[in-house]
Every structure is written in C-alpha cells, then in structure tokens.
Ligand binder design. Sequence first.
Ligand SMILES: [Zn+2]
Length: 88
Amino acid sequence: MTVYNSPPWRQLLSPLRLPPTGQLPAEACQRCRESLPLFVSDEMVGQAVDDLYPETAVHLDLCPTCFQEYEALAGLAYAALYDLGGNA
Ligand SMILES: [Zn+2]
C-alpha cells in the first residue's frame, strides 16, 4: 500500500479527475460560492478552513473565478473589521 505524504484533501481530488483546463463544473462553483461566506468568516477567526471546507479550499486553488469571489469577500470582511475605528 502506498502512503502519500500529502494533505488529506488531495485524496478528494483524485477521484474527481478534474480536467486540466481549469474548467470546473458549474455545480462545484455554486457550492463553493455558497460556502464562501462561512469559509471567510471562519478563516478570519483562525479556524482550520482547509480541514473544515476541503472542497472549497481545493476549489479556490483551481478556480480563478471563485478565487476572485473569495478575495472580494475577504477584502470586504477585513475592511469591515479594520474600519471600526478607522478614518481615511
Ligand atoms: Zn469555481
């Protein structure tokens, strides 16, 4: 038996056989986006989001579109946090 020294979510990837083009099923993008708000807020409080949301974490690595969505959400979330006492 071969033991791979890789994170557990790697094993989720193999049966999916994602095409190398970077194209992902729309359904996967939809699921990813639905979990993004939770993903971002949990990440902000220091949760191990790679373990909590392996599908989302993997998807963000593969899908530039959803990653942009993630960046936008994270940006908003951080801005809201750091804007509390701020003035610009
Ligand atoms: Zn996507």
